[in-house]
Design a protein around this ligand. Sequence first.
Ligand SMILES: [Zn+2]
Length: 428
Amino acid sequence: MSSYLLRGVRPLGGEPTDLLLADGRISEIGCGLSATGAHVVDADGLIALPGLVDLHTHLREPGREDAETVETGTQAAALGGFTAVHAMANTSPVADTAGVVEQVWRLGQQYGHADVRPVGAVTVGIAGEQLAELGAMADCPAGVRVFSDDGHCVSDAVLMRRALEYVKAFDGVIAQHAQEPRLTEGAQMNEGEMSAVLGLGGWPAVAEEAIIARDCLLAAHVGSRLHVCHVSTAGSVELIRWAKSKGWDVTAEVTPHHLLLTDELVASYDPIYKVNPPLRTAADVEALRAGLADGTIDAVATDHAPHPDEAKDCEWAAAAMGMLGLQTALSVVQQVMVDTGLMSWAEVADRMSTRPARIGRVDGHGRALEVGAPANVTLIDPSASWTVEPHALASKSRNTPYRTMTLPGTVYATFLRGNATVLDGKLA
Ligand SMILES: [Zn+2]
């Protein structure tokens, strides 16, 4: 196994020091380190963060390998600075049995670009009718702890209550895609001024907020853990803040695109901006940024959702919902949260590594950069910038809403248990 001497890195943006990665761990920290046989990385000015952890990734395998595979998705993850990703369950077949989650987990191990933590479906076939075998998925080698019907809402209150009760036995969490189905029938974009102007079916904020309020109450009632996926409205932030003030075990994530983009982009009728939940208003974006900065929102999660060209190169109403996110997440967060002074790099590490690892119960990730910790480390150059070129991304799909945009910050290197998965900005 190789060892790496990272010279002059700034852990969490602090004072420069050297970091020695050996035997899969951070073995020494200090100025002027030397190590025979170690690869020396001149990391002057680079910031070291604990390897990023994504709670919400669609890897599409099995079933939609034309859009993404575990291999290409985890390559995109590594290039984006991630050392672990949670693979969503809405595959084909659905990840609702120990067999499927174990297959996805093994593929992640086999390729080795990032640890893959499969998310198990809450209900059989994500059909919302009958609980899946949550215990079997938790007990299998994949050790599932996060369960979600993402793409669909567990809208039946009784089923949601039972799921919350069930996962307590193995310290699991239900990650809810909060979308009241009746209130969003035929919905195409955020309900508001823009939907009225454009004549597209509106997706009201209350459809998200009503489910979040109900689920917070349910989680409190049964004393279980709830995680809210991709919070997108100002009202949702208020509800999460309220639930936390009660001491309830409720956590939430926000996507990079909901921190940057607004529903005004839909005026182009370009399906690249079609996503679930939809892009909201500038006031929502502002509330999401504030909620992330003050810790009400625990984590940034990508909701990386690859789609092949034919699913996006069509009219708005027929287009698939979703955007790529793994390779652009850190840059978007730098632009909207760090460069604006809303958050420090230490807080970025907290929202993109520490807390997501804790929510997903991911061992060995999200640890402080200290001697003895597993060497899951990301090196970024905050002073560099890059222009997003869809064809240059590692994903099999091209549906990035940031194409031709110039974003700050590049990932220089990613280390997974001391092995370089990315070096000099390229796959190692
Ligand atoms: Zn979702």
